[in-house]
Write a protein that binds this ligand. Structure first.
Ligand code: NAD
Length: 360
């Protein structure tokens, strides 16, 4: 297969972790007989340094010409970096929001997986973590409360603020379809999370998800109120496969789900549109405190590359090979500093990439 991959190395530890992900991708291409062609794209602080703005039309056009984009992370230290003396719309993070919008990336996927070897880092009670978990949160990213009309006004001398939460059936249907498609590649379960006992938007959400489910008879659909889901994630995370939810609920639940794994350097993510295109990136930031020191954990980025193989290129065998290589390296006791514990072998960023690539 011939795959065109845009690469945003970004800022801070970005270039180091992306280099390792490319190492692993190149080994995968060699092993399975594919060609991965990379196009370098500038975004965030790296783009400000060259063009004065965090996102250019050139980056958008080049990204659109690729099948997928793999990204490190963007941003710097807000206290010391000159990027943060610019007005908010010119700062690195504005570039990320801009590219998500330009590429119409409405579906955000964040897996939360507990590796046996990292169980000690899990903050849950031992009897709960012993069951393990492997879930994926599918969050609507471009609608709902964060994008609705808002205003702050003074009504009869009382300061009053209003936000509006709107979803139409098309927005709900397109993300529901995505969730069912992805569940078909996993354990075939979707739990749709809403607040249908209170909100009209949630009642429509539930209705449209149920309508959509009829096209996916092999996937089991359940519904859960968001407050219950927040509890279930810490009481019994093993029950979940794909959790489908709207923007604000997903924002909160996906952070909760990732924190129960206890390892920020391990968490991958993807943002998809309604074609096979996706932007794949680790969930963590650019960690300026450890940039350039060969200390960063590249695994979240490597697992994001595995998601790209699975969801954009439909290369399940290859994605499995990358995920198994990560598991194998952990099993052999290798750890970067962030996940290191007594008795393990400490490695740097580059060595971790080599170890994983060697096991493909
Ligand atoms: P962060 O995730 O960069 O760092 C939080 C802590 O986790 C730090 O101690 C860091 O050293 C550590 N850490 C993060 N990733 C690691 C890795 N792969 N290996 C080892 N340790 C790791 O969050 P922050 O400090 O709040 O943000 C730093 C910058 O990143 C800011 O400019 C922020 O805006 C940006 N950011 C970017 C993204 C993105 O690109 N999508 C996401 C979040 C934050």
């Amino acid at each position: 297969m011939n795959c065109k991959i845009g690469v945003i190395s970004g800022d801070g530890i970005g270039p180091e972790i992306v280099r390792e992900a490319r190492k692993v991708l190149d080994r995968t291409a060699e092993k399975f007989g594919h060609v991965f062609q990379y196009t370098e794209l500038l975004l965030g602080g790296a783009s400000i340094d060259v063009h004065g703005v965090p996102l250019t039309e050139e980056t958008i056009e080049k990204a659109k010409a690729c099948h997928a984009v793999l990204m490190g992370s963007i941003g710097g230290d807000a206290k010391t970096s000159p990027w943060y003396r610019l007005e908010p719309s010119k700062r690195p993070e504005a570039g990320l929001l801009g590219i998500r919008k330009a590429l119409n990336l409405f579906a955000n996927l964040r897996p939360a997986y507990l590796y046996d070897e990292l169980r000690e880092a899990c903050p849950l009670r031992e009897d709960i973590s012993a069951a393990g978990f492997d879930l994926l949160i599918m969050r609507e990213l471009t609608g709902g409360l964060y994008f609705g009309a808002r205003k702050t006004e003074n009504i009869d001398g009382v300061r009053t603020a209003t936000d509006t939460l709107t979803y139409n059936e098309n927005e709900i249907r397109r993300i529901a379809k995505r969730a069912f498609e992805i569940a078909e590649k996993r354990r075939k379960k979707v739990c749709s999370v809403d607040k249908a006992n209170v909100l009209d938007s949630s009642r429509l959400w539930r209705t449209v998800v149920e309508e959509t489910a009829k096209d996916y008879p092999d996937v089991e659909l359940s519904h859960m109120y968001v407050d219950n889901c927040a509890m279930q994630l810490v009481m019994n995370p093993a029950q979940f496969d794909v959790i489908l939810t709207e923007n604000m609920f997903g924002d909160i639940l996906s952070d909760e789900a990732s924190m129960v794994t206890g390892s920020i350097g391990m968490l991958s993510s993807a943002s998809l549109n309604d074609s096979s295109f996706g932007l794949y990136e680790p969930s963590h930031g650019s960690a300026p405190d450890i940039a350039g020191q060969d200390k960063a954990n590249p695994i979240a980025t490597i697992l994001s590359a595995a998601m790209m193989l699975r969801y954009t290129f439909d290369l399940d065998k290859e994605a499995d090979a990358v995920e198994n290589a990560v598991r194998q390296v952990l099993k052999e006791g290798y750890r970067t500093g962030d996940i290191w514990s007594e008795g393990c072998i400490k490695t740097g960023t580059a060595q971790m990439g080599d170890l994983i690539a060697d096991r493909i």
